[in-house]
Structures are given as C-alpha cells and as structure tokens.
Ligand binder design. Structure first.
Ligand SMILES: NC(=O)c1ccc[n+]([C@@H]2O[C@H](COP(=O)([O-])OP(=O)(O)OC[C@H]3O[C@@H](n4cnc5c(N)ncnc54)[C@H](O)[C@@H]3O)[C@@H](O)[C@H]2O)c1
Length: 366
C-alpha cells in the first residue's frame, strides 16, 4: 500500500487551509497551490496562528508547532505538485473548473499519484471521467473546521480501486481523523440526513407550528444536538445549507427545500432566533417527532441503499454534528413501532415506500 508522506493541496480557502493545517501537524509535508498566490501565503499564516494558539493552550509544544510550520510550502505552479503522493482538490464548487483542473493534473502528475476531491455536492464518479487512471481518484470530504473536526467521508467512486480506498483510510487515520467509508451518493453519509433534519426544522416554521428558538431548544431532547438546527444553520450560513439541500433534489420531494429556507437562503440572511418561554408539552412532542422524522427517514433510506454502515453513520452524527443521540442507536432505543409511528406522516405525505431497514430497527447498531 502506498505510504503518503507528501500531499499537495489545490485551493487554499476555508477547507484547503484547514486540511493543510491538520496534515502538517501530523507529519505530512504539504505543498499549497492557489490560483491567487496571496491566498496560499495567507493559508500558511493562518496555520501558524492556529499552531501558536495551540501552544498557548498547552495542546502543542513550541517545538512541534515550529516543525509543523516548516512542513508547509507554497508553490507557484501545479507542476510543482509532481513529487506528491496525494493531491487534494479544494477549489470552488464548480464542475467545469474542477474538471479542467483534473485534466491538467492528469497531464502533470505521475500515473500513480492519488487524487482526491473535497467536493460536497458533485458526483465523484462524474469528476473521475476527467482523471487519467480514475482508479486512483476518490472523494475525501472533510468537515469544517478541518483543523479540528475529526470526521472525513472517504467516498468510493465507481472507478475507485480498493487499493486507493485502503491507502486513503490509512492516511486519514495516520493524520488523526476518523474516516467514514461511503458510497458516491447524494449528500454522502452525513449531509444525507443533516439536510432533511434542518429542512424539517424550517418546515415547522412554514407551517406556523413552532418558532426558531423553540425548535433549537427541543433539538437537544430530539437528537441530543449540542446546538439547535437554526443556530447551526446561522454558523454554516442558510445560503450554503440551501445549496446543499438543493443538491439532494434527485432523491425526491421529501428532500425539497422548505419555503422559509429558500427565502432566507436566497436573501443570504440569517435566521432570527428570539427568546423562548415555556413550550407546551404537545408542541414540544410535535417538534421532537418532526426533527426525528427528518433524520430517521433519510437514515433508513441510506441504510437501504448501503451508503454507509450504521456504525459509521452514528460516528459521523456524534463527531461531525455533535448529536449525543446518534440516529441508529436512537432508533434502536426507541424500537421499531415508535420509529414507524414517527416516520409514517412523511411516508404518507411524500408517497414513500416503507424503508426495508425499518425491519432491522432494534438491532441496527449491533
Ligand atoms: N466550506 C465548507 O464548509 C466545506 C465543507 C466541506 C467541503 N467543502 C467543499 O470544499 C471545496 C472548497 O470550499 P471552500 O469553502 O474552502 O472554498 P473557498 O472559496 O473558501 O476556497 C476556494 C479556493 O480555491 C481557489 N481556486 C479557485 N479556483 C481555482 C483553481 N482553478 N486553481 C487553484 N485554486 C483555485 C480560490 O482562489 C480559493 O482560495 C468546495 O468544493 C466545497 O464544496 C466546503
């Protein structure tokens, strides 16, 4: 299996910077390239500032911070990525731009260099068509902030070889991450249910059934969310979440964006979250059911499609989303009859068949 010691990052914005920061801290030599050279230099400065803060907090020794910083090198051309064992693409989410980049990298890199995309919404298998020797191509979907968030979805495209997957999984573990193996499916393993969860929160507003503040409070009871869906959407930006949800449209009307999300997202606004008083028990139960419904329908469907294992889905929920009640374990705890009751309104409303995985509730996480 190929040892990965040197990694190239193309596109050093939010994600590229975070990934580079993490890798250099874990002993990887990193070459950074951005179409705007000042952005690649800014990435190195941000990484140094991150290490300095880690030293201040006692999480890193001064020596380790200094060594990590020396592993980061800005390069002025894609050709200078030729010595890399792996090149990770983190440029704008635009199919044509990414396809052009992969064609250029295919000309410049040796045929056995692994190539990964950090795309959130594009099909890995479609991008692979622009890579020479696509068996060395895969998705490495880091979560923001990639310096800290431990989860990486390792996405197997149709052409990705088992050797490429094995090397990528070992690489993620060696760089302090917890990888989740998943299929090249809309939303991969985590956004597949995170999006309908936030969308269901917005539908409660559409229907005048709850306020943002009430939903955020009940989310902690529903899924053990450390922060409610509206607070989290304000952090990632409703505009970005709307884009992610629209990417799930081919999965059917259950995934169609809520009116309120379209309004707030298209206006590039944040959700207003007011004060919350006593929430009547009946409303509390309704909010709890609806949030769980958003999560459960999507998770049962992705289990049917074998997008990821129950253990990996729960790992992602716990570590990337900070749900202390991850979906498969929660469904097992609630039992099949209760899960069936919670999801039934969605099956009726959106004309969905009963997910086959419902039969396994009670022993999903075993
Ligand atoms: N931001 C997130 O939370 C997040 C999470 C997971 C995945 N992603 C995905 O990661 C990718 C990058 O997202 P981001 O938020 O870091 O974007 P960003 O806009 O912060 O950074 C993109 C960088 O790519 C550079 N760039 C654009 N075209 C280029 C090219 N052809 N060659 C070299 N550099 C180029 C830009 O100058 C910019 O610095 C996207 O595919 C996005 O969907 C983002």
């Amino acid at each position: 299996m190929r040892e990965i010691g040197t990694v190239g990052i193309v596109g050093t914005g939010t994600m590229g910077t975070g990934i580079a920061t993490n890798l250099a801290q874990h002993g990887i030599a990193v070459r950074l390239f951005d179409a705007r050279p000042e952005q690649a230099r800014a990435a190195v400065a941000q990484a140094q500032a991150f290490y300095a803060k880690a030293v201040e907090r006692g999480r890193l020794t001064a020596q380790a911070a200094e060594t990590a910083a020396t592993r980061l090198a800005v390069v002025g051309s894609l050709a200078e990525l030729a010595p890399c064992d792996l090149v990770i693409e983190a440029i704008f989410e635009d199919f044509t731009l990414k396809a052009q980049l992969f064609e250029e990298l295919s000309r410049l890199l040796p045929g056995d260099t692994l190539i990964a995309t950090n795309t959130s919404c594009l099909r890995v298998s479609a991008l692979a068509q622009h890579v020479a020797k696509p068996e060395r191509f895969l998705g490495l979907h880091y979560f923001s902030p990639a310096q800290i968030n431990p989860i990486v979805e390792v996405v197997k495209g149709e052409a990705t070889s088992p050797e490429t997957m094995a090397a990528a999984l070992a690489f993620c573990r060696a760089t302090g991450k917890k990888p989740i193996t998943c299929k090249d499916s809309y939303g991969f393993a985590i956004n597949r249910f995170f999006c309908p969860y936030t969308n269901e929160a917005c539908r409660l507003l559409d229907e005048g059934l709850a306020t943002t503040a009430e939903v955020d409070v009940v989310a902690s009871e529903a899924v053990g969310a450390a922060a409610g869906p509206f607070r989290v959407q304000n952090l990632i930006k409703p505009r970005i979440n709307l884009h992610a949800i629209r990417n799930l449209a081919p999965l059917g009307p259950f995934y169609a964006p809520a009116k309120t999300l379209i309004e707030v997202g298209e206006a590039d606004r944040s959700f207003e979250i007011g004060e919350v008083g006593e929430i009547p028990a009946e409303r509390r139960a309704l909010i709890c059911d609806r949030l769980r419904m958003g999560v459960f329908v999507a998770v049962l469907q992705e289990l049917d499609e074998e997008v990821a294992t129950p253990a990996d889905i729960d790992l992602g929920a716990r570590e990337a989303l900070r749900f202390s009640k991850p979906p498969c374990a929660l469904m097992d705890e609630l039992g099949k009859a209760e899960v069936a009751r919670i999801i039934r309104p969605a099956l009726t409303r959106y004309g969905l068949p009963e997910p086959a995985s419902l039969a396994r509730v009670g022993r999903l996480s075993r």
